[in-house]
Structures are given as structure tokens and as C-alpha cells.
Write a protein that binds this ligand. Structure first.
Ligand code: 4VN
Length: 321
């Protein structure tokens, strides 16, 4: 008994902002952004909240599966850019799609969030039949549009999967990790203490993304290959058994570097970072759905899914699709 992914879907807001568009807002260039990150454009939300993107994905999943909303037992949204602290984005989705029998909650493990959520869904499926797992982000809310080092990186979007209890276990192994001591190298959305009883003494109230890019880059190039290797060992898979590596689309150069560290041909690393930029928890399901829809990923293929970033966290699952 275990988890099987039975549908995939994604949604991105229609507005496209190219690298050239960004040069009118800040001192940067298409050359700089392309060569250092592989990003050419990103989709940015206009009048749509994180829950709106997630609702589109959820409805798309239900339509594709021809599944009534009442048959959904749980909804998990992985996000670091929720509409509110409460209600959870997943609860908003539950209400809007009419999944009246579903429990619903968000998880925040930043760029690893979708992988964490998928591993969690596997455990829920010992008790429940069917669930929706979504990664959804409107990171543009957390971007300081004066700060070129981070503003060029991030985009908005959502992706998700329908998961069902199946006699055939398709989640073969998992490796979920956190490195909380290094958490300050990537922050966004600080919530200041603010009441008559409790005034915040912190000098800077860090609402917007702040990233020590070199530290996070170094973390990713060391810890992601290690997490993937531990997952392969647990799976009893060899590197060569893996059909596709679907990694968090943090930055194209980081993907190249991870492929080299592992000794894997870069062609096995699917990528759409050029089109969407870094969409944190949304990037893995967004890439998964595009690759399934394009016919690149086929039934029974062996996949490594891996997320890494804020927390700091890194997380990998091995899946037979
Ligand atoms: C995981 C990672 C990143 C990330 C880190 C560094 C970085 C993305 C630094 C060097 C810079 C180009 C950009 Cl590894 C971000 C997240 C957040 O989702 C997670 N880019 N860069 C340069 O000067 O080349």
C-alpha cells in the first residue's frame, strides 16, 4: 500500500516579465541574468493571490481525473507566500473547490516544501484514500524590486498532483533534512513583534527576501548531491537507473553544478527555469507537470525529485511514476 501520483497540473499567471523588462526598473541586463542564472523571463501575478493560483491547479486536477471534489480527503499546500497566516491557503482552496470532506493545511519548508508535502502525503495515505498536494507561490509579494540580486531570480506560479492510495507503492525512498542553524542565509517575511506589551527591538524588519547567495549556492552544491545519494542508497537504485532528475529550479547554474557533482549527464536534469525563474515550492510540481504533458516522463519511469533552499532545508524522494 502506498502513494501513487495519478494526475499532475500547473498554472502560472498570464503576465510575462522578461529580463529586458527588468532593465527599465533596475540596473541589470539580460546578459547578466541569463549567464548567471539561466533565467530569461518569469510570470508575475497581477490581482491573483497564492490561493487563486492553487485553486486553478486543484480544479484542473479534479477535471483531468474526472473526480468530484467531495472525494478528496486531504489538501496540502506547500507555500512560503500564503495569502494569510490564517486561514491556511489549503483551507481557502478547500472552501473554493467545495472539497467538503477534506482536511486542509499548509506546510512551509520553502523550496523543499513540495517534497516534504509529498512525503507527508504518503503517510496520510495509510489512513486516507485520496489527496491533493500543491506547491503555490506569489513570491513577487516578498521581492524588493529595488534589490537586483534577488529581484531577477524569483517568479510566481503553482503546480500540483492528485495522489491516491495504491497497492503499488511508488514512493520508494525519502530523505528530508533541515539545517536550521544556517537559516539566516535566506530569509523573507519577518513578522515583527508589535503590541503594547512587546515592541520589537530588532534593528531591521526583514520583510523582503534577503539571501547570502554564495552561502546558499555552496549549501546546494554540497547538500543536494548528498541527499540524492542517500535516497538512491535507500532505494537500492544506481545513479544510472534514474530516468529523470526533477530538481528545484533555483538557478540553472546550480543545476549544472549538482549534475557535475553527481557525475550525471545534464540532459537527465529537466529544466524550465528559463521560462519561470525560481518559484520556490511551486517549481518541482510545475516542472513535473510540464514534463509529463510533453511526454518526456512516462509511466513506470524512475524519478528523483529534490527541493532545497530556505530553512535551510534539502529534501529528496525517489518515485516510480
Ligand atoms: C536555493 C538556491 C538559491 C540560489 C542561490 C544563489 C543564487 C539562487 C548566487 C550567485 C549569483 C546568481 C544567483 Cl541555491 C535560491 C533559492 C531560493 O529558492 C534556493 N541563486 N545565485 C551570481 O552572482 O552568479
Amino acid at each position: 500500500m502506498g502513494l501513487k501520483i495519478t494526475q499532475t497540473a500547473h498554472y502560472v499567471p498570464p503576465k510575462v516579465v522578461t529580463n529586458d523588462d527588468l532593465t527599465t526598473m533596475m540596473d541589470t541586463s539580460d546578459e547578466w541574468i541569463s549567464s548567471r542564472t539561466g533565467i530569461k523571463q518569469r510570470h508575475l501575478a497581477q490581482g491573483e493571490q497564492t490561493s487563486d493560483l492553487a485553486v486553478k491547479v486543484a480544479n484542473h486536477l479534479l477535471e483531468k481525473a474526472n473526480c468530484p471534489a467531495e472525494q478528496i480527503d486531504f489538501i496540502i499546500v506547500a507555500t512560503m507566500s500564503p495569502d494569510y497566516l490564517t486561514p491556511a491557503t489549503a483551507a481557502i482552496v478547500q472552501g473554493k473547490i467545495g472539497a467538503k470532506n477534506a482536511l486542509a493545511f499548509d506546510i512551509n519548508a520553502a523550496c523543499s516544501g513540495f517534497i516534504y508535502a509529498l512525503a507527508l502525503a504518503d503517510k496520510l495515505l495509510t489512513t486516507y484514500q485520496r489527496g491533493i498536494v500543491i506547491g503555490a507561490e506569489v513570491l513577487s509579494k516578498l521581492v524588493d524590486w529595488q534589490e537586483r540580486s534577488t529581484a531577477v531570480l524569483f517568479g510566481d506560479g503553482a503546480g500540483g498532483v492528485l495522489v491516491e492510495q495504491s497497492p503499488q507503492q511508488s514512493l520508494i525512498a525519502e530523505d528530508l533534512t533541515a539545517y536550521g542553524q544556517d537559516g539566516q542565509t535566506l530569509t523573507a517575511g519577518y513578522q515583527p513583534l508589535d503590541s503594547a506589551f512587546n515592541q520589537d527591538q530588532t534593528a531591521v524588519h526583514k520583510h523582503y527576501f534577503e539571501m547570502d547567495g554564495r552561502a546558499v549556492y555552496r549549501f546546494a552544491t554540497h547538500e543536494v548531491p548528498a541527499s540524492i545519494e542517500r535516497t538512491l542508497t535507500k532505494s537500492k537504485w544506481q545513479l544510472n537507473d534514474v530516468d529523470w532528475f526533477i530538481l528545484h529550479q533555483a538557478n540553472g547554474r546550480i543545476l549544472t553544478s549538482i549534475a557535475h557533482h553527481l557525475g550525471v549527464a545534464e540532459e537527465k536534469f529537466l529544466s524550465n527555469v528559463a521560462k519561470y525563474g525560481n518559484t520556490s515550492a511551486a517549481s518541482v510540481p510545475l516542472l513535473l507537470d510540464e514534463a509529463v504533458t510533453a511526454g518526456n516522463i512516462k509511466s513506470r519511469q524512475k524519478l528523483i525529485l529534490s527541493g532545497f533552499g530556505g530553512g535551510l532545508t534539502a529534501a529528496t524522494v525517489a518515485i516510480i511514476f
